[in-house]
Design a protein. Structure first.
Length: 366
């Protein structure tokens, strides 16, 4: 790592606290899948998996390469690959990952592979589209899926699932309940004809909070594990998991009329102490936070980012802060600060935390 002073600290106790918060909302026999895609929402998927592996039933990743990393790190928990491609199917089997089969192209390809190998009762998952219109079979595909499934004992449907489009939005309650009802109807048809009953699941974090009677057999916890409930009252009960920290590399005294940074975007009106921090837009600090839109915390005081955010550095105004070169800088260590950054960048915390680039060293605090 080229930069050992800029660190994303992952709070293991906070992760476990958040997991338990959601577990308490589950019925006794509801299983829990934890989503660790995108490096565990920008943290470290392997570390997150190690922290929670004894407390959860499943992991999910978006791509097979993410699942392979978990397996190579010794994670034994079942892993659902949410968005595999036909090209990944050999690796999926090699690493005993469990593919989501979402259309006939990949479903047929996997059946063929399973027949040729041959595999026995290999666990697969089938996703239905109930309104997100992103990934999944249509309800009209059920008869053809059943016909193929009944012919094969090479694969076993471990679960049937769907994904809600607006589980966090109270204005979309009617639509969401419609999705849940349509999903239940699809499942009923499959249960009637398949001869066994795969697990079923549809709830993400906000689904767990808002539609607790649709827990079915399992829920899929993502952002909630990482401290965000998509609702102020829920987030307030969760603990912050991602803390981004660095240090002051250098302090400059800038005289009136002098400028700081590219394009001379900050102009000093009075003598200004500017501190340079080794983190920039290549690390996930958006350029939108420049020119006093964003701030960092130094010795418990806010220091606005002045001038433009550079690729590898930002400069902050420390004129009113008692600090010196080498002092700690907090880019964020609380959900409210992350939400503020997301707001300034016209996005959501999901994007803010997953944007922290791999150049930033990860460190688990336990
Ligand atoms: C990312 C993802 C989740 C997790 O959603 P959160 O809102 O982060 O809880 C669940 N299911 C699917 C299919 C996903 O892609």
């Amino acid at each position: 790592m080229n930069n050992h002073v800029t660190i994303l600290e992952i709070d293991a106790n906070a992760v476990l606290h958040n997991l338990n918060y959601f577990k308490q909302k589950l019925q006794a026999n509801t299983k829990i899948l934890v989503v660790v895609k995108a490096f565990g929402y920008g943290s470290d998927a392997v570390e997150i998996a190690k922290i929670v592996q004894n407390e959860v039933d499943y992991f999910a990743v978006a791509y097979s390469s993410e699942g392979i990393i978990l397996r190579e790190s010794g994670i034994k928990t079942p892993i659902l690959v949410l968005h595999p491609q036909v090209e990944n199917l050999n690796d999926i089997v090699k690493y005993r990952l469990e593919p989501n089969l979402y259309n006939f192209k990949i479903f047929d390809a996997f059946l063929q592979l399973a027949d040729e190998a041959p595999l026995m009762n290999y666990p697969i998952h089938i996703k239905f589209n109930t309104g997100l219109n992103r990934l999944g079979f249509w309800h009209t595909d059920v008869p053809a899926i059943l016909t193929s499934l009944k012919k094969s004992n090479n694969i076993k449907v471990e679960s049937i699932f769907s994904h809600l489009a607006a589980s966090e939005d109270p204005n979309e309650q009617e639509f969401t309940i419609g999705q849940i009802n349509n999903f239940a109807y699809i499942v009923k048809q499959i249960y009637e004809h398949l001869g066994y009953e795969p697990m079923i699941h549809i709830l993400n974090t906000s689904g767990i909070v808002n539609y607790s009677n649709a827990q079915f057999d399992m829920v899929r916890l993502g952002i909630g594990l990482y401290g965000f409930g998509n609702h102020p009252e829920v987030t307030a009960q969760l603990k912050n998991t991602h803390s981004l920290k660095s240090i002051i590399s250098q302090i400059h005294l800038v005289q009136p009329g002098e400028t700081v940074g590219y394009n001379r975007a900050f102009v000093a009106n009075s003598p200004t102490r500017s501190a340079t921090i080794p983190i920039g837009h290549a690390d996930g600090i958006s350029r939108r936070l420049g020119n006093k839109e964003g701030f960092v915390i130094i010795n418990n005081q806010p220091a606005p980012i002045i001038g433009n955010v550079c690729m590898d550095m930002i400069m902050v105004d420390v004129s009113k802060i008692d600090c010196k070169e080498g002092d700690e800088v907090i880019l964020f260590n609380h959900q409210q600060h992350i939400e503020y950054i997301a707001h300034k960048c016209e996005t959501i915390p999901y994007e803010t935390i997953t944007a922290i680039s791999q150049r930033v060293k990860r460190l688990v605090k336990s």
